[in-house]
Design a protein around this ligand. Sequence first.
Ligand code: HEM
Length: 492
Amino acid sequence: MGDGTLASWGLNKDHAACTQGLIVSPFSDLDAGMALLLKLPRGGGWLAELKKVAPVTSAEKPPGGGSQRPSVALAFTCSGLQAMGLDRDCLATFSTPFVEGMRQIDRQRRLGDDRGDIAVVSEGLVWSGNTPDPYAPDSGAVAETPVTVHAALLLYHGTPDRLADLVAHVEAALGLANVLVVRRIDMTLRGKDGEFREHFGFRDGLSQPIPFGEAILVDGKPVKEADSWHGVAAGDILIGHQDANLEPAPGPFVSEFQNGAKVLPTGHAPHGYLDLGQDGSYLVIRELRQNVRAFRASMERHAQAMTPQRDGDWLAERVIGRTKDGAALHPKGKHPTAANAFGYIEDDADGLGCPLGSHIRRANPRDGLAPSKEEGDVFLHIANRHRILRRGRKFGPAFETKPNAKRGLLFMAINTDIARQFEFVQQTWMLNPSFARLVDEIDPLVGRKGKFTVPAKPLRARVDVETFVRLAGGDYFFLPSLPALRFLETLQ
Ligand code: HEM
């Protein structure tokens, strides 16, 4: 272990059968995807109908290798569970960020979503769970988004035609069960060259946390030790497993007397309750719209104004921190070692290769915030407490085919502690104006208009960047285990 590129891990038999497949796999061999955002009726009856046409995929690996065809994942907002009839006592056992939702006023602030049209698309935020603020339910403090989302149903298939057939069947079944499809977001992974590329043209999905723990298997063997660069405790990804705090990652529970609850394990629930969280997780979804025209024009203009003069791709690579083909930047050009097994403190403490404020360095500083080489390992360990498992895909056509269409990244991240993981990454690293001793600048890729420093000797360059990415909708979702889904099906 230790090359940092291990992408394929799994779960032992017992946990694989209970866990959603999306947690262990991005279904990368299924390029065609569709996110159906749903508004739900009361009760769980519709889940039985969905099961007939598109059963939720487990983490068991199909015998022939590759992904189950089709693959399906399902997650709920807090308002969705409420709409289905989950009672208040049970809802209160979910994590606070999930219960409050992404639109809660303080959470908006920490995510940088409270900056009006600087952070949000010009028509205003389109969708969210519209979860009522539990502290001020009638205050109207958080304006409702026009579209309320109760669940995200993610469908994946091998070809666009097969996906279209599946979507048609699923929508017909949902319609009969009184479920409304309130938003459709197409999802793909690959660029023209067959590589995973986001719309600005960069390879994506290269760096991921690698879980370890009793239940984690690689090549059929349990992985009890952390990967030296990317190791995270299984419980940072899966509720009920030991997390970075050496505790079982906490999850919701339900009274043992609740109808239908017998399908749930005792797990880590208190006496008299059953475990609704075990083998589930939380899924962060943000529909991020990308302005490719502005990105390219801005990179070109500001690169030309630099001394020495550069081209747009050169600057764009500094903004990301990798080359378009995914090589990590290094003071000698590209990183001489493996694509992902690297730190910053040894060779690039000052960001002369990969700028201190670049997207990848802010999103995961690795050991780079250590004050000295000797403290590198400690800082790497600390940084790894904030890892997120990314499952996002791009939406909308390529800029080259339809320049004026809407496009972007349906950002999806799996984590068990939204505040310590996703929100920390966004607030304390990406949107922190004094990150890594920089002054008054934030993530140049996803942050709003401002400055971006490219360290260089003898003089650094400070260039302007525009707002390239804006939020169109999003919320926090609960990604239940398969037993938890069976329980939700019994809600009346
Ligand atoms: C439209 C918006 C975004 C685009 C186009 C984008 C693009 C990229 C690209 C090209 C990479 C490098 C490839 C890789 O290392 O996997 C990357 C890495 C990463 N991004 Fe983003 N990203 C976006 C938004 C976000 C957001 C909102 C977050 C989290 C709050 C985030 C977190 C990360 C993380 C954690 C990494 C891996 C860094 C590492 O471990 O070295 N990204 N992103």
